[in-house]
Design a protein around this ligand. Structure first.
Ligand code: CLF
Ligand code: SF4
Length: 298
């Protein structure tokens, strides 16, 4: 592995297509959309479609039960030998609703296909409650979507969160979410679990602030920082879409990414996958492997 990487880290990175730019040419990932619920509201989300943390809006993912997900994964693993990672990234939050479906899927998978790496993506609100189980099921890769480290910024991104049996709004909501995200990040990195931070760049809201996000997540041990452009689509009715909030241009995105050089290492090959994507990054073979087709094959 590279000189600047400890051998145990390299072991976790070398065949993960998102954590290693090199690996993404050779190794495939598969998402199973077993997590429909969410515990917060992001202004860039439309609940009818995928968690827009990672997914382009407009197409509904194939929602699966944990049992269906296992059948689908085992069938796909036979057909795609490069498959190395199973991720749960929506269509809601993987740890909302107690993470029930997420952990039910990973628990079985760990027994039935121990060679596949497990990966999950979360907004972080429920993360501190689940670090123990994440470690227990050998989930080596966790992505947290962190769009701010300052509740003043956060209040323009998150209209509400649901936490501790009640709904919070405004600055209170953003403050709780921020504290939970930082705590979850620290707890994971303290256990040697690799953490990638995704940030959605929202012009005029958090674009300049993302340098501070980069600095703070680096200080807490994040392995990678993935700054992604907001995909704002009024046709799909996101809050930001309705207010006319635009996404950044490629040039604006690059300026912010370049300004972060020297901080937490940046991921630059993200393809903003759907919550049911299958295959190499940038290809989506999901349509070949719908659960109907798999169950028809027996
Ligand atoms: Fe999936 Fe995400 Fe795991 Fe990768 S995707 S849960 S870390 S296995 Fe990868 Fe897709 Fe970008 Fe995500 S290219 S959207 S960063
Ligand atoms: Fe939507 Fe994801 Fe935000 Fe939940 S965390 S509101 S699913 S974008």
């Amino acid at each position: 592995g590279p000189a600047d990487m400890a051998p145990e880290v390299w072991e976790k990175v070398k065949n993960h297509p998102c954590y290693s730019e090199e690996a993404h040419h050779y190794f495939a990932r598969m998402h199973v959309a077993v997590a429909p619920a969410c515990n917060i509201q992001c202004n860039y989300c439309n609940r009818k479609y995928d968690c827009s943390n990672e997914s382009r809006p407009g197409v509904v993912s194939e929602k699966l039960t944990p049992d269906q997900a296992i059948r689908k994964i085992l069938a796909v693993a036979k057909e795609i030998p490069q498959l190395s990672v199973i991720g749960i990234a929506g269509p809601g939050d993987s740890l909302a609703a107690g993470g029930r479906n997420t952990f039910a899927t990973f628990e079985q998978l760990q027994k039935k296909a121990p060679d596949l790496k497990l990966c999950l993506s979360t907004n972080g609100l429920a993360l501190p409650d689940h670090v123990e189980r994440i470690a227990q099921y050998n989930i080596d890769h966790v992505t947290i979507t962190i769009n701010m480290v300052d509740p003043e910024v956060g209040q323009h991104i998150y209209p509400w969160i649901f936490h501790g049996h009640r709904r919070w709004t405004g600055l209170d909501a953003a403050k709780i979410l921020h504290e939970r995200q930082m705590l979850g990040l620290e707890m994971l990195t303290a256990r040697g679990i690799l953490v990638k931070v995704n940030s959605v760049m929202i012009p005029g809201i958090n674009d300049e602030h993302l340098l501070e996000v980069n600095r703070q997540v680096k200080a807490r041990g994040a392995f990678l920082h993935n700054i992604m452009p907001l995909i704002s689509d009024p046709a799909h009715g996101t809050q930001f879409g309705l207010t006319g909030q635009r996404g950044p241009t490629a040039q604006e995105l690059k300026v912010v990414q370049d300004a972060c050089e020297g901080g937490a290492k940046l991921m630059r090959h993200c393809r903003q996958c759907r919550a049911d994507a299958v295959g190499l990054l940038g290809e989506d073979r999901g349509a070949e492997f719908t659960i109907d087709r798999i169950e028809a094959m027996g």
